[in-house]
Structures are given as structure tokens and as C-alpha cells.
Design a protein. Structure first.
Ligand code: AMP
Length: 592
């Protein structure tokens, strides 16, 4: 007999066919709805829209913007100005993005109905699509490692929190998504902001119900790998609790303890299995041995997190890696309609009914450009072309108009009339472990500060540098390769303590998301500087020219992407140092 959720999935798939079959019509209606609802807002009036809801007026009056262009208005809201600046609906919260501006996290104002929009995609459509590929998914359990982050308030008392923290608190998640595919993680564990207790309790019940679990995952790959690492370090305690049906004394959060005590019973058989599997030296394929019914690993592995695919494949024992959704604090964008595909084929279909989307043609360096956008009229969602790259521009119900997200996407094919996009990358980002993003200019400024503080007066300069995100360590960390000017034939290196101070100064100068990962969440390790021999970067250039680069146009790559370059740099390292401290971080943005 068809269950209520089977019926809901059928309806969601039917709606998917309808909206992807009429992308342009849906987009036109979405834009008209956004503009008519928000017709009396200050922003639209300022740009002379005065109630006009057609595309032509919108495109000729409203400018394409970056976050910085609307920051003064965002600050007004944060300080308590109740006027309808962007949105006719009152702003209920700020979503704190991992994107940064001036070193601080962006604050995206949203209205209360934002969670409903997210739910329609990740709570209804996504499970319907997954259920198509894994029938009966809704009859089993899911182990998702989910975490809430610390939240603060703006000066006027408006809550400021990451989008997922906001969503997990919403009734859409708590009353509908969470129970529809029963999660093994208790709500109390997801709400617990102590990472150890939250992780321990989610893992404990994930092990207790291991034979019922059909799907296992986390939002992004690094947190999932952290869970694997946690299991390796804590399996003795976890197995003891499973054996006796007890809860370890380190779990002090009363709600978490109560949730665990309500679910756990003594299970010596499971405890013995976990001890046996986890104490073997070979962890390859361990996920299949612990969760034998799991059909796929649900984690995002595109963009910055693609670097974790080899580690995930090591643990997963051949389970598909399902990278299911593409979203940001500003808006949900799309989903992968073929979620069990190979990782190299992952593409996201932008949902035309969630926001209004435009695309600015982008010419990457590989395609003969300088990594820039073409200043021509923006292309609509229905009109993008296969093979071309674009920067995503979005107009949302909460009142962002023609706002550049900063992501570069390439069209790979169409589903009905809806384009499917490969995520190419974040514009100008050179270092990223997970949600953190360090742009080239930001790194350059941070190095300049370290250089002037610690090196210049010692007659030393950083001649050339490259950077690399090392995810082989747990947690991952940033590495900078430096060639210094003072190093003469006798390899007269500055003292180690001076380079260590450079590491810390750079960390202090990087954005708040990175500092929070170092100082609070502890999911980034100390920044490392590796000093390379004099002449190393010349050697890199000669190699590139020998392979066909034009000598005139050769630019050193700030960000090391090839294994050959990495190996060459590592072979030339004469010394290395790690940051000796932890950079400062406060949840309250510095501009308040
Ligand atoms: P945030 O606003 O902190 O949620 O960050 C949103 C950004 O994360 C997006 O603009 C992308 O750069 C990145 N992102 C989100 N989902 C994906 C995905 N599926 N693949 C690659 N990058 C993603």
C-alpha cells in the first residue's frame, strides 16, 4: 500500500516535470511575483521600478550588484531600521554566509518564509528523487551527522545564524523532513553545540541502528571524514556503551543523555562487531562493514570538497558518493537529478521556481580569457548554452536583486528545458578546506602584513609564493610555499621563530570563517609555511615554458593544483614551520 510519503514523492516528481518543462514561463512568473510583492520596498523604488514587474524594466533599471553594494542597507536593518528596504515581509533573521566581505562573514537578511522554500526542495523534492534510485529509502533509517553552530544577534537583536542552523530549528525540518526519513541522530544531539557530545551521541545511535541504515552522510565531506576519525579514536567508549546500554560520563548535556537513554539497550553483539571492525588496521571499506545496508554516501563532493573524494572512497568501499544539492545562504539553487552518478558527472539542475536566475558569461583562463566576466547583457536560465561557463546572479523572494553569488558554473546538458550545471568553482578562491574561502587578494594582503611586520626590517622579502590546501592531515590545513630574498648561497634562513610568527600573523589577517575554524570549531589545523630553495620558482617557470607556456604570458600559479608542481615544491623545501598559536575570533562581526 502506498504510504503518505510515497504519494508526496509522486506529486513532487510530477511538479518537477512541470517546472523543468516550462523554465522560461516559470522564471517569468517568479520574477513578477517577487517584484509585485516587494513593489513598495525602498530598494526597488530607488531603482525606479515603481510597480513594474516585467523583465525588460527590471533588467534596464536594476543594477547587477555585489554584497558590498548593499552592505550599508544591510547595516541599517542590523541596527534596527524597520523600513521595508529590500523585502515587504519583515526580516526575521540574518543568515551568516561562509562567503566573506572585508574579512567578515556576509549577513544575508531573510524573511520568515525562507525555510519553507528550502524545505520544498531538500525536504520534499530531494527525497523523492533519491527514492526513485533507491526504492524504499523512506522505509529505512538515515544516519546524517548534522551540527548547529553558535548564533548571535545583531545590535538590534535580530538573530544571526548559519542557514542550516536556521533550517534545523524550523518547523519544516523538525515536524516534516526529520521524521519523513527517520534520522538516527536525536534532535537533542543536533541542537547540542558541544561538538564532542554531539558527534559522540550521533555516532552512538548510528552504530546502535547500524543494520537499519540505508543512507549515511553529512552536508559536506570534511565533517563526514571527521566522523570517521572520531570513530577511530572513540570506538572503545562507544562499544562499551553499546554493550551495556549505558551513556558515557563525558556526555553531560541533559537533553542528549535523556535522548540516548531512551533509545539504547544493551547490545553485546553490536558492541563486539564494532570492536572487531574498528580494531583492525585496515579501515578501507569500513563503512560497508559497519553499515552493510547503506546504499550511498550523501555528502557534497563538488567544488572545494572534491579534494576529499579519495579519502571518502577509501572508507566507502565502492558506495556511490551522492552529491545531492547546491545551495547558499542567499538561496537554494538546485539538485542533482541523477544522484548516484559517478563523481565526475555530478551536475545540478537549478530549480526555476525557487528564485529568478541570470547568468553572466565567464571566460576562464583555460578558455582563453583572463578569468573575467564578459560585460554583456545577462542571459536567462532558459537561454544558457551547453559548454559555456557563467557566473550565477540571483534575485530572491527575500529581496536580493541581481546579486552576484561568486560561483562559476558550466552548462553540461539539459533536463527537459532546464539546464544542468557542473560546479566549476568559486571566483578567485585559492585556499579552502570546507566552507572557508580565501581569495587570492586576501592571501596577498595577509602575506604583505606578515612581511612588513616580521621580515622587511630584517632585510628579507617574500620573493614568490604559492599555496596549497593539505587535506591529508586531520584536520586539514593551509600550506604556503615561500621563496625568500635573503637566502644566499649559504642558505641564511631567518630564525624559525620568525617564520612561526609570520604564520600566526597571516592567520590573524585571514577572514573570520577561517579564524572561527581554527579558534572555535577546531576543524582547521595550524597554517604551515614551507621555505623553498632559491631558484625554485624559476625552475617552475622553466618547466612550464618547456611544456609549451608562452614566456611572456607565464604567471606563477598562486594555488598549486598539479601533483607534479607539488612534488617539485616539496622536493625543494629547506625548512618548515607551523603557526605556534591560535588566531583571535569572536562570533560578533568586527564591523559592529
Ligand atoms: P554558504 O552561503 O556559506 O552556504 O556558502 C554557499 C557556497 O558554498 C556556494 O555559493 C558555493 O560556493 C558553495 N557550495 C554550496 N553547495 C555546493 C555544492 N553542491 N558544490 C560546490 N560548492 C557548493
Amino acid at each position: 500500500m502506498a504510504s503518505e510519503s510515497d504519494e508526496r514523492y509522486r506529486e513532487a516528481l510530477k511538479a518537477l516535470e512541470e517546472v523543468t518543462g516550462d523554465v522560461d514561463g516559470v522564471q517569468e512568473r517568479v520574477l513578477a511575483e517577487i517584484l509585485s510583492t516587494n513593489a513598495n520596498t525602498e530598494y526597488l523604488q530607488r531603482h525606479g521600478l515603481a510597480g513594474k514587474t516585467d523583465r525588460r524594466s527590471f533588467k534596464s533599471n536594476v543594477p547587477v550588484i555585489h554584497y558590498e553594494d548593499i552592505l550599508p542597507d544591510i547595516r541599517r536593518i542590523a541596527y534596527g531600521d524597520p523600513s521595508p528596504i529590500f523585502s515587504a515581509k519583515p526580516i526575521s533573521e540574518f543568515l551568516i554566509s561562509s562567503g566573506t566581505s572585508g574579512g567578515e562573514r556576509k549577513m544575508i537578511p531573510v524573511a520568515a518564509d525562507n525555510s519553507e522554500r528550502i524545505y520544498q526542495i531538500r525536504g520534499v523534492l530531494l527525497p523523492a528523487v533519491l527514492n526513485k534510485f533507491v526504492p524504499g529509502l523512506n522505509k529505512g533509517k538515515a544516519l546524517y551527522f548534522l551540527f548547529m553552530k553558535a548564533e548571535t544577534k545583531s545590535p538590534a537583536g535580530i538573530p544571526m545564524r548559519p542557514v542550516l542552523t536556521s533550517y534545523y530549528r524550523s518547523s519544516q525540518f523538525l515536524l516534516h523532513e526529520y521524521p519523513s526519513i527517520p534520522h538516527t541522530s536525536p534532535i537533542a544531539s543536533i541542537f547540542c553545540t558541544d561538538v564532542y557530545q554531539s558527534m559522540y551521541s550521533q555516532m552512538l545511535l548510528g552504530l546502535a541502528y547500524r543494520l537499519d541504515i540505508l543512507c549515511i552522510g553529512a552536508v559536506f565531506a570534511p565533517i563526514f571524514l571527521r566522523a570517521m576519525n572520531f570513530l577511530e579514536q572513540n570506538f572503545h567508549d562507544l562499544a562499551d556503551d553499546l554493550e551495556h546500554g549505558t551513556v558515557n560520563a563525558r556526555i553531560t548535556d541533559a537533553a542528549v543523555r535523556a535522548a540516548l537513554e531512551a533509545k539504547l539497550t544493551s547490545d553485546p553483539e553490536t558492541a563486539a562487531h564494532i570492536r572487531k571492525e574498528c580494531s583492525t588496521k585496515n579501515w578501507q571499506g569500513i563503512i560497508r562493514r559497519i553499515w552493510p545496508e547503506a546504499r550511498f554516501l550523501d555528502v557534497i563532493v563538488t567544488g572545494a570538497t572534491a579534494q576529499y573524494i579519495p579519502s571518502l572512497e577509501f572508507y566507502s568501499g565502492g558506495l556511490p558518493l551522492a552529491s545531492t544539492g547546491y545551495a547558499s545562504s542567499e538561496s537554494f539553487f538546485g539538485i542533482n537529478l541523477n544522484p548516484l552518478c559517478k563523481t565526475e558527472d555530478i551536475a545540478y539542475t537549478i530549480m526555476p521556481n525557487i528564485a529568478y536566475f541570470e547568468f553572466q558569461t565567464y571566460k576562464s583562463q583555460e578558455n582563453g580569457g583572463q578569468g573575467e566576466e564578459e560585460e554583456i547583457e545577462l542571459v536567462d536560465l532558459a537561454n544558457v548554452e551547453v559548454g559555456k561557463e557563467y557566473e550565477l546572479v540571483v534575485t530572491t523572494y527575500s529581496g536580493l536583486y541581481r546579486y552576484k553569488i561568486g560561483d562559476i558554473l558550466r552548462v553540461v546538458r539539459f533536463y527537459n528545458k532546464a539546464p544542468e550545471f557542473k560546479f566549476v568553482g568559486r571566483k578567485n578562491v585559492c585556499l579552502s578546506l570546507e566552507t572557508d574561502k580565501v581569495e587570492e587578494i586576501e592571501l596577498q594582503n595577509a602575506i604583505a602584513i606578515a612581511e612588513s611586520t616580521h621580515l622587511t626590517w630584517r632585510n628579507t622579502r617574500v620573493l614568490q609564493y604559492s599555496c596549497y590546501t593539505d587535506v591529508k592531515t586531520v584536520p586539514g590545513h593551509y600550506i604556503l610555499y615561500w621563496e625568500l630574498s635573503s637566502m644566499n648561497e649559504s642558505e641564511n634562513l631567518p630564525q624559525k621563530s620568525i617564520i612561526e610568527q609570520c604564520c600566526l600573523t597571516i592567520e590573524e589577517s585571514l577572514n573570520s570563517v577561517y579564524r572561527s575554524m581554527r579558534a572555535y570549531y577546531k576543524n582547521a589545523g595550524p597554517l604551515e609555511i614551507k621555505i623553498v630553495k632559491n631558484g625554485t620558482f624559476d625552475e617552475l617557470m622553466e618547466n612550464a615554458i618547456a611544456k609549451g607556456s608562452s614566456a611572456d604570458q607565464y604567471k606563477p600559479s598562486r594555488c598549486v593544483k598539479s601533483t607534479a608542481i607539488l612534488e617539485l615544491l616539496d622536493a625543494r623545501v629547506v625548512s618548515n614551520c607551523f603557526s605556534p598559536g591560535v588566531p583571535s575570533w569572536s562570533p560578533v562581526p568586527r564591523h559592529f
